[in-house]
Design a protein around this ligand. Structure first.
Ligand code: FAD
Length: 330
């Protein structure tokens, strides 16, 4: 196995940077993603066992909205917090619209995305894989017996090619150019009045009115918040990576109203990319030796350990038992 990366391992220039990603189970129960989230969580735990590093923190996931209901089949994993319980348990939230309640998913929390990528590379290297960073792929071609990959350093021959280029997928596979739209999004870390009340012991990951956030991690200061939105269309090679005041105002807009005690000074800001379109995990049409994963639209990191398993199955066996048929590339 050969893995090729144009930048460094666990860089922050693509779609996985910014230290953490939310994970949750509740919204997927009973749908096509249920087996994938369950498998993904097993795989994250297996990774932790191999590396002795924690990547999955089940600090809970809190969904805030008006008049939410809890279906009886989810009662064992999820707690419905009515208005007064919500105010008592999480007084950090202020000025919530009347009728706002919370669904607290105890299986949710956060994944350390950059650590997870580094950990996977670590294990892959230990198991004999070759990983080459700072080596962009420039071109590829496939024939009946295999694929040829051209990079800035040379050529490689392999039995199968997996394209997992995130926001650059359409560069590698130009026929997807009209289907994929890359947008610029920003992530901010702010200093709360009391850091203690925003640690993982006291505060979950959460989602409310298109905004979402994370508790403070033990080894990185600041309360992380972002807006789940489409952002400005961009190009991954020409994106404005420097955060600006408009990025900050967008996040402060929520903090001022609903989380005033977290509306402190900026401690970090990062720019990241969504890619709208997909999600797809499939053979490239007309190619039996090339597969692609295009799952970069804002909520897919949590599944990536299952997606990786499915892609490995397809590359080595030509099929997978994981139910990814709904991600077929039409
Ligand atoms: C701001 C933001 C917040 C998000 N929040 C969540 C969340 O809370 N929960 C969740 O589950 N998901 C979330 N997501 C989605 C999730 O992070 C992405 O779906 C996931 O990280 C995408 O991973 P990827 O491997 O497809 O892309 P990337 O991590 O960008 O990896 C693609 C890699 O391909 C490399 N590459 C590209 N072209 C070449 C080439 N020619 N040669 C060699 N290497 C190349 C790139 O350098 C890059 O390292 C979020 C995404 C963003 C942007």
């Amino acid at each position: 196995m050969l893995g090729l990366e144009q930048f460094d391992i666990a860089h922050a220039l693509g779609s996985s940077g910014g230290i953490s990603r939310q994970t949750k189970v509740m919204p997927y129960l009973g749908g096509p993603y249920e087996p994938l989230i369950l498998r993904a969580n097993q795989n994250w735990q297996a990774l932790e066992k191999d590396t002795k590093k924690q990547v999955l923190h089940r600090c809970g996931y809190l969904q805030l909205a008006v008049n939410q209901h809890l279906s009886s089949d989810k009662e064992t994993e999820v707690e419905l917090l009515d208005e007064s319980t919500l105010a008592h348990r999480f007084p950090q939230f202020q000025n919530l619209p009347k009728g706002t309640n919370g669904l607290l998913d105890y299986h949710g929390g956060l994944l350390r995305s950059e650590l997870a990528i580094a950990s996977n590379c670590h294990v892959a290297l230990q198991r004999g894989a070759h990983i080459r960073a700072e080596e962009p792929v420039i071109d590829w071609s496939a024939d009946n017996s295999g694929v040829t990959i051209t990079t800035k350093r040379g050529k490689y021959r392999a039995k199968h090619l997996v394209i997992a280029a995130g926001a650059w997928n359409a560069t590698i596979l130009p026929q997807l150019r009209d289907e994929l739209q890359v947008t610029r999004v920003s992530l901010g870390w702010f200093a709360p009045d009391s850091a203690e009340s925003f640690t993982m012991e006291h505060f979950p990951t959460w989602f409310h009115k298109d905004y979402y956030g994370f508790p403070i991690l033990p080894d990185f200061p600041g309360f992380k918040i972002a807006k789940h939105w489409y952002g400005d269309p961009t190009d991954p090679d020409h994106i404005t990576r420097t955060p600006n005041l408009a990025d900050e105002h967008l996040l402060r807009h929520y903090l001022e109203r609903h989380l005033p005690s977290a509306n402190g000074t900026v401690l970090a800001f990062k720019v990241c990319m969504y890619t709208h379109g997909g999600p797809w995990l499939d053979f490239v049409p007309g190619q039996k030796r090339v597969t692609i994963i295009a799952a970069c639209n804002g909520g897919e990191f949590k599944f990536s350990s299952a997606y990786g398993e499915a892609l490995a199955d397809l590359a080595t066996e030509g099929k997978t038992e994981l139910p990814v048929g709904f991600m077929a590339l039409q």
